[in-house]
Design a binder for this molecule. Structure first.
Ligand code: FO1
Length: 338
């Protein structure tokens, strides 16, 4: 492949782009996708299939971190420092709950954020599926994408850890592993409870089947992209779609950019590298996920190995420093499979 040169915005974007997204990384990537749509004044429709296995019931409220992070980020309500939750947030309810000694005290429940969880919980209790709840919440936030839960069924990722307090081995909710333990305790297994019985949410298979391009952002390959791929029917739809499938490495050098991908890739025995994740996802030509894969310029040496795995690969800057930088990554992804 020629050395990476600045990508020129393509004349026209595909009519329909579908993005499989986790939380913070996926939301930031989507800002670049929408920036490119704006920059090329295309009428491209963007659909997001979001991971819901991070979801957690907290103080009787249903919290959907990845759905909310995409919704708040693209709806301009996000706290940009944290990358999750609402800007200008206060924590009075959280402090009051802690004063009652009510657990989990480790979960960051913001006062503004609680309104979202109250609306969601009330609508779920009234019998509305998560997909309809999400559509209703998006009427306020207008994220500029169609935001689809990967499934309306309950799925929860739990992580088997050595509990630092008792030393005993036990399963904790992913959020406890990530927030309470900062993914700093030894993890032995990742268990997506309910995933095998989950059905693709409304519109998910169509979004993949009717896409002109499917993008896999630098979200966590295990607990975000991995769980989306684990919903029965979604892998088949990805194999069958006419759309090329292009992924972006969330590993730069030997570490993740954000989150806890390194720790979880080690749990499942996948090499923590841009090439390792590409090989884990597999080449579409041999039953895997990817037609194309972008690695960062520091991982230029991985390009030959990824090409050898049957996946078209290119090294471009992958630091999402601003929306235009991220938009350039999307141009590079398009160039790869045009
Ligand atoms: N992440 C944290 O590191 N600490 C928190 O207290 C926290 C609370 C929280 C509340 C609502 C929400 O939508 C997200 C929240 N997150 C928090 C982020 C969340 O754990 C991750 O963004 C995803 O689960 C992984 O992508």
């Amino acid at each position: 492949m020629p050395p990476s040169q600045p990508s020129q915005p393509p004349a026209r974007l595909p009519a329909r782009i579908t993005v499989l997204s986790g939380g913070v990384g996926g939301a930031r990537f989507l800002q670049g996708v929408l920036r490119l749509v704006e920059r090329t004044s295309s009428d491209t429709a963007v659909t997001v299939v979001a991971n819901t296995a991070d979801d957690i019931w907290v103080h009787g409220l249903k919290v959907c971190p990845d759905l909310d992070t995409v919704m708040y980020t693209l709806g301009d309500g996000i706290d940009t420092e944290r990358g999750w939750g609402r800007r200008a947030e206060t924590w009075n309810a959280k402090e009051e709950l802690a004063s009652y000694g009510v657990e989990p005290t480790w979960f960051g429940l913001g006062d503004r954020d609680i309104a979202t969880h109250l609306v969601r919980t009330q609508m779920l209790d009234a019998g509305f599926p998560l997909s309809e709840v999400t559509a209703a919440l998006c009427r306020r936030w207008q994220p500029g994408v169609e935001l689809l839960p990967m499934t309306d069924d309950r799925v929860e990722t739990h992580v088997v850890i050595d509990d630092p307090a008792s030393g005993e081995r036990r399963a904790v909710h992913f959020q406890e592993y990530w927030i309470r333990h900062q993914a700093a305790v030894l993890a032995h297994a990742v268990v997506p409870i309910g995933l095998d019985e989950a059905k693709p949410g409304p519109g998910v298979l169509e979004a993949i089947g009717e896409a002109d391009l499917v993008l896999v952002p630098p979200s966590n390959p295990v607990v975000s992209v991995g769980t989306i791929l684990g919903v029965p029917g979604i892998r088949d739809a990805l194999a069958a779609t006419k759309a090329p499938v292009v992924g972006v490495s969330g590993i730069i050098g030997q570490d993740h950019v954000h989150g806890m991908a390194r720790q979880l890739l080690e749990v499942i025995g996948v090499e923590v590298s841009a090439a390792g994740v590409a090989e884990h996802y597999g080449a579409r030509a041999v039953g895997g996920l990817l037609d194309g894969w972008l690695v960062d310029t520091v991982d230029e040496a991985a390009v030959a190995r990824v090409n050898a795995a049957g996946i078209r690969c290119r090294a471009v800057p992958l630091w999402m420093t601003d929306h235009d930088a991220t938009a350039d990554m999307v141009v590079a992804a398009l160039d790869l499979v045009r």
